[in-house]
Design a protein around this ligand. Structure first.
Ligand code: HAM
Length: 435
């Protein structure tokens, strides 16, 4: 018989792991709202061209990693469109598309949005590199939002988020690409530096030289890295204005006590970046060491047909955060509060009603859905990790009460059904609520 394992590079997130995910997601949501960001949920797929136009035709993601939807899925009911669709490899382009479509610029001067959700890239899977992975990201978009304080806020938020999840050993790398004109000058200078070393570069980088020279800067090949380490352009490509902006960003970060390292080689693989770029790495992750990254992208909104609006954002990889949190990030799964035990057919019906009574009051409760021996029901209660069992037998049924046993101390008491939820609430039982 054929087996059906999960597709390569994807994972089932199992019940035992869910508490970890909920912890990360709820802490993130809370903090992002604290910083004034509102959640947005865009579709899991968009027109392929949206991604190609924003990230750049020559970026690795667009060239090698797009997961296209099959042709049969792409025509709508009226067959009026036949645009190629792709699963989203990231959300910046999608958020910008939504910003334009819903005229956010007419509603507010600055729009601060966040998202949490799965992204898809057809990469070669390895530790920390998946085909379906999850990001927590923010995008701050608005006319006249090119403000060094906003860059500093976005960067400090990413650091704050990682710290609030207990991560400490990460490094923040910072650089600036300058304005689009500065960026052109940067690529011109890079080509100049590398022109007489082309034949020493790896095959990929030889192609990158014309296509996208910036990609050579983060090639992992040993020879390419040596060549790159000898390049000494510094920030000579920056205009006076861009220099000033960069200094302001650094000063704002320093005023917040955010420690960063300047990295002249940090260019980021996506075309839309201008000015500030940053990356957060954690060496405990091995070769896929980026916990997250982001930067400013001042021309993307207008490039995608929207108004003139500047923007800055970041995305953190949830799986990588979880890898870096382990092993001390393990959270005990919140146990079930009550496990109902019915001793016979007659009491079962009442027990089933009480089960709903508990749940209706927000007290987590469960029971066997088939009558079984007391011993087997106790075993189930233990396995689930119930803090209490509520036993309903003949005697209890007659008294309209239940016997509640504390599974840790072994003590038990009989409580009238009418007082049951009140007593449980007074004892301050865990109410399952992750928000
Ligand atoms: P990115 O650098 O492509 O940027 O991805 C951000 C983070 O997502 C990475 O640092 C990593 O933690 C995680 N990630 C990326 N690819 C994978 C993968 N295949 N498997 C596991 N984790 C992965 C962006 O996506 C930009 N949209 C960030 C941004 C937002 N810039 C401005 N706004």
């Amino acid at each position: 018989m054929k087996n059906f394992p999960v597709p390569r590079g994807t994972n089932d997130i199992l019940p035992s792991e869910i508490p970890l995910w909920l912890n990360v997601e709820s802490k993130a949501r809370h903090l992002l709202r604290t910083y004034g960001y509102q959640e947005i949920r865009t579709p899991l797929f968009e027109e392929t061209e949206l991604f190609a136009r924003s990230m750049g035709e020559t970026s690795d993601v667009v060239q090698k990693q797009m997961l296209n939807l099959a042709a049969s899925h792409r025509e709508d009911a009226e067959k009026t469109t036949s645009a190629s669709l792709s699963l989203r490899p990231e959300s910046t382009a999608a958020v910008v598309r939504s910003y334009i479509q819903h005229h956010f610029d007419q509603k507010e001067n600055l729009t601060k949005l966040f998202y949490i959700g799965p992204m898809f890239r057809g990469e070669r899977p390895q530790k920390g590199r998946l085909r379906q992975f999850h990001q927590i990201g923010v995008e701050a978009i608005g006319p006249e939002s090119s403000l060094a304080y906003l860059d500093a806020e976005v960067i400090s938020l990413s650091v704050h988020l990682l710290r609030s999840l207990g991560l400490k050993n990460f490094r923040l790398k910072l650089n600036t690409l300058g304005s689009p004109d500065d960026k052109k000058e940067f690529s011109r200078q890079l080509r100049e530096e590398l022109r007489n070393k082309i034949s020493d570069l790896c095959e990929d980088c030889q192609g990158r030289f014309e296509r996208n020279v910036f990609r050579i800067l983060d090639c992992k090949n040993k020879t390419c890295r040596e060549i790159v380490s000898r390049i000494n352009i510094g920030h000579s490509y920056l205009s006076q204005e861009s220099q000033v902006y960069y200094v302001q960003v650094k000063e704002a970060l320093e005023s917040l006590g955010i420690v960063f390292e300047e990295s002249f080689n940090l260019v980021r693989g996506l075309d839309y970046y201008t000015h500030t770029v940053f990356e957060i790495t954690d060496s405990s992750l091995g070769s896929q060491d980026a916990l997250g990254a982001g930067g400013r992208y001042n021309n993307l909104v207008s490039q995608l047909g929207g108004p003139q609006a500047d923007a800055v954002g970041f995305a953190l990889g949830v799986e990588r955060i979880l890898l870096a949190m382990a092993p001390d990030g393990v959270i005990q799964e919140a146990p079930l509060t009550v496990y109902m035990i019915a001793m016979n057919e007659e009491s079962y019906r009442k027990a089933f009603e009480i089960l709903h009574l508990f749940r209706g009051q927000g007290i987590s409760a469960d029971m066997n859905y088939r009558l079984a021996s007391m011993k087997s029901q106790m075993r189930s209660a233990n396995k689930i990790g119930a803090r209490y069992v509520a036993i309903l037998g003949e005697e209890e049924l007659r008294q309209n009460a239940v016997t509640v046993k504390d599974m840790t101390s072994g003590t038990q008491e009989t409580i009238a059904v009418e007082n049951l939820t009140k007593v449980f609430k007074e004892k301050n039982f865990v109410i399952h609520n992750h928000e």
